[in-house]
Design a protein. Structure first.
Length: 111
């Protein structure tokens, strides 16, 4: 015959799991958000580099802005001439109202 003793720890694993599960889920969600923000930043950097080359070749500002805004909804671009360089700075929203920013430059009149 099995009798339960006082101080028996049956069920403690379930209670510990119930306490730890929200923390594990939060860490996983934050990790996935950070990976997503990193991927978006790489796409933004690629887009502003392409946009800077387009602007340096003399493409219209609308075309340059369209390339940067194709990265994410709410992405914006600013075109600046710095001597012989044409630079495009783009920004896009990321996780928790943080904005990512990237700048790409190209030689004006370049191919």
């Amino acid at each position: 015959m099995n009798r339960r003793r006082l101080g028996d720890d049956t069920g403690s694993v379930v209670a510990e799991f119930a306490v730890a599960l929200p923390a594990v889920a939060l860490v996983l969600l934050l990790g996935m958000g950070a990976l997503g923000a990193g991927a978006r930043h790489v796409r933004l950097q690629d887009a502003v580099s392409d946009a800077a080359r387009l602007a340096a070749r003399g493409e219209s500002d609308d075309r340059v802005h369209a390339v940067v805004s194709s990265v994410a909804p709410g992405a914006a671009a600013v075109i600046a001439h710095r001597g012989d360089l044409v630079c495009v700075t783009g920004s896009a929203p990321a996780l928790l109202s943080v904005r990512l920013s990237a700048t790409g430059c190209a030689l004006a009149g370049g191919l």
